[in-house]
Design a protein around this ligand. Structure first.
Ligand SMILES: [Zn+2]
Length: 257
């Protein structure tokens, strides 16, 4: 813990959000765990303990052992399919509507920011909401395949060429989507305040974005359960649940006067 009263730190963070010109938010798994979604990339979550993620959530698994890949994806897709945005997602959507934040950059693949009403969202690791054909490049919505996949394990095939469709999530061995990454970097260079929510900043390269912002003169607010490598550099650090703190932060930031 920081040793300071969280209420005071929350007010301080709210003041920084209110007075900044270009606020960029980076979110990670911690914002979606209150919605029941396990951390897809960190060890220790149920999804990881059964299998080595590098082997099952990789491009080569998709290509050469698709049954193993889709068996890994199925419980995650089921959880994401029924998950609802929580108060932290809602608070960020409210802050955007109020004109107080410019963009949400997320490491999450669950689409919950958009479900909460956020308009400008950069999904660094893609999304489970669509599928892509690696053969003919057709993009298809996941919705039409989701029920049969989750309930019966039926795999999604391309309606155009018949090949197996790949979920539009960034797998191990895959690059981040270039245009999304570039846009995230531009925002971080323009930012005068970066708000990190629910990310331990351990996954590269996303975890380096707050450093880019700092290097270009931004202040940093970190709201995460566990310490990060940038806590020492941050103006405010709150080690707490985002779904509890972020609505308070948003309410203070949107207060008039
Ligand atoms: Zn195809």
């Amino acid at each position: 813990m920081t040793g300071k009263p969280p209420g005071e730190e929350t007010r301080k963070a709210a003041y920084l959000v209110k007075t900044a010109r270009h606020v960029v938010v980076l979110t990670g798994a911690g914002i979606s765990t209150p919605s029941g979604i396990p951390d897809f990339r960190s060890q220790g979550s149920g999804l990881w303990t059964k299998n080595n993620p590098m082997e099952v959530a990789s491009l080569s698994a998709f290509r050469y052992r698709p049954e193993v890949f889709f068996a890994w994806l199925r419980p995650l897709a089921a959880q994401i399919g029924k998950a609802l945005p929580n108060l932290a997602h809602q608070a960020l959507a409210d802050l955007e509507k109020a004109g107080l934040i410019k963009v949400v950059i997320t490491q999450n693949i669950d689409g919950l920011h958009q479900a909460a009403g956020s308009q400008t969202v950069l999904e660094l690791h893609g999304s489970t909401k669509s599928l892509t054909c690696l053969s003919c490049h057709r993009s298809v919505q996941m919705e039409q395949f989701l029920d049969e996949f989750v309930e019966q394990g039926k795999l999604p095939y391309c309606p155009n060429c018949g090949k197996l469709l790949k979920p539009a999530i960034v797998l191990f061995e895959e690059m981040l989507p270039a245009a999304v990454w570039q846009s995230a970097e531009v925002h971080c260079r323009q930012a005068d305040l970066m708000l990190v929510v629910g990310s331990s900043l351990e996954v590269s390269p996303a975890g380096g974005l707050p450093w880019t912002a700092l290097e270009h003169g931004a202040k940093l607010v970190i709201l995460n359960f566990t310490p990060t490598y940038l806590d020492e550099q941050a103006s405010v650090v709150i080690h707490a649940d985002a779904a509890e703190i972020l609505p308070q932060l948003a309410a203070h930031a949107m207060e008039t006067g």
